[in-house]
Design a protein around this ligand. Structure first.
Ligand code: GDP
Length: 461
């Protein structure tokens, strides 16, 4: 049990207590982690827009403040710089997540009810841990040998246009190891991984090749999948690639999971579902598979191999949140939620996942648009209006009509369709809107309070 309750103060006969909850925030690059954490913290400090967070709405949360984080070796999440970017006179999106970082928000909570009042106020430390989703998918590597990983990758990427250059690079796996060849091969594989991610694929391991964090330029990242030779002589290309892969697992993947991931109590996984829908059926199918992989990563039962590595600890709640819902008129929000919920159901089945409480939602951590209904061909068209990121001009935007029945999207995605039939889904990049905040109000959002209620609301009552 991670949540440690420590009786620590006796004031006027009232016993106060402290509770620490570690909230993991993850998602692939550009999913919206930085904006989510910045807006969440700002909305916890100024709770005027947090009506669905019950402890905030009923006054149980009496105060919230930032504290030095307990973990000296992890970089601090740069909250102030990110908030300044979003709230400046010329608002702009902050620098995205590149590595793991942490922030502690402490909330003074006076529980309601007679027993709660007798017990006195307690302090809930919310330790928010931001980490790239790309690293999370590396967990799958811990269970795979180099031979298994390399064969799986080579099979998956065959036929992907973005892999052509890497696959054309000929290496004799039985030949003597050559550092120059290894470096060129790893560079070519890294280029492929970036292209694959840009094309919407999320099965992109090793995660540090995409977001190296402090390992930028390190030899730990000089390997790539190659085909298995008949004879694997010492000193061969294959043997050295295998050795480096194992070193990556031991020196990079395991420490990350031990120091950060294995301690998480509650987890939110942010997903740019609208972006995937825009990119097409393959990207949606890939997102669905990634969700199952992520759930597998959280399957830390008594018998799980993670438990054997890091001890038994189970994440208690996992929220899958489709971000940037402000790209859609609210009439379509239930459909987006329906699609993510259906993906989650399927991912749970595939991962044979049970235990933690799970939920799916559609949210916008920072609302950058307003709604507007235009007349189009004599019919009303529900749009959103915002400032375009490229041109700085105002524009109304209609992304397309999401289906009422999620199967209409997930079916073709599962069946390997190349494109959607009938509907075209657009996406647009909006700049954050200039803010004039009333005293006590945080930045505008959509359902961030509901997400917070699911994730840690039970500690604030
Ligand atoms: P990260 O890589 O997961 O940290 O992603 P960021 O938080 O940096 O978000 C990536 C980009 O997504 C931002 O630069 C914005 O363009 C966009 N974005 C993120 N959250 C929102 C949101 O709530 N609304 C809108 N309209 N765009 C968002």
């Amino acid at each position: 049990m991670r949540i440690s309750e420590v009786l620590n103060s006796v004031t006027g006969g009232v016993v106060g207590s402290e509770v620490t909850v570690r909230l993991g925030v993850t998602g692939l690059s550009r999913a919206g982690k930085t904006v989510f954490i910045t807006s969440l913290v700002a909305n916890l400090l100024d709770r005027g827009r947090m009506a669905q967070l019950l402890g905030a709405a009923n006054g149980a949360v009496q105060a919230a403040y930032l504290q030095p984080q307990p973990d000296d070796t992890t970089p601090r999440f740069e909250y102030e710089a990110h908030l300044a970017a979003l709230t400046s006179d010329t608002p702009h999106w902050p620098q995205s997540t590149r590595t793991v970082s942490q922030l502690r928000v402490s909330l003074k909570v006076q529980p309601s009810g007679i027993i709660g009042r007798l017990a006195g106020p307690r302090t809930v430390h919310l330790d928010i841990v931001d980490y790239p989703g790309e690293w999370l998918l590396d967990l799958g590597l811990l269970e795979k040998s180099y031979a298994e990983w390399a064969a799986g990758v080579l099979m998956a990427i065959e036929g992907r246009d973005c892999a052509d250059a890497f696959l054309a690079y000929q290496v004799d796996p039985a030949a003597n190891y050559d550092e120059v060849v290894a470096q060129e091969l790893a560079a070519s594989f890294t280029t492929y991984l970036h292209a694959a991610r840009d094309a919407g694929f999320s099965d992109c391991t090793p995660g540090r090749f995409l977001l190296p964090g402090e390992l930028e330029g390190s030899p730990a990242l000089t390997f790539a999948p190659i085909s298995e030779p008949q004879s694997k002589n010492r000193g061969s290309m294959w043997r050295e690639m295998e050795r480096r892969y194992e070193a990556y697992k031991k020196q990079v993947v395991q420490p990350f999971f031990r120091d950060h991931f294995a301690k998480i109590d509650r987890q939110v996984v942010l997903m740019d579902a609208l972006g995937a829908i825009h990119r097409g059926p393959q990207a949606v199918e890939d997102m669905r598979r990634a969700m199952a992989d992520i759930l597998t990563a959280f399957k830390t039962g008594k018998v799980g191999f993670l438990a054997s590595l890091f001890g038994v600890h189970r994440v208690e709640r996992i929220l899958f949140a489709a971000t940037k819902a402000d790209h859609l008129h609210h009439r379509q929000h239930p459909r987006l939620t329906g699609i993510v919920s259906a993906m989650l159901r399927d991912a749970k089945d595939r991962a044979d996942f049970s235990g933690a409480l799970t939920a799916a939602m559609s949210i916008a951590a920072l609302r950058a648009t307003v709604e507007e209904t235009l007349a189009h061909d004599g019919k009303p068209l529900d749009c959103v209006r915002g400032t375009l990121l490229d041109s700085g001009k105002q524009a109304a935007f209609y992304p397309g009509e999401l289906p009422d029945d999620p199967a209409k999207l997930l079916g073709p995605a599962y069946d390997g369709a190349d494109q959607w039939l009938g509907e075209d889904y657009q996406i647009m990049s909006f700049a954050p809107a200039p803010l004039t905040l009333k005293s006590g109000d945080g930045p505008p959002h959509i359902r961030l309070d509901k997400a917070a209620e699911f994730l840690f609301g039970d500690y604030l009552r």
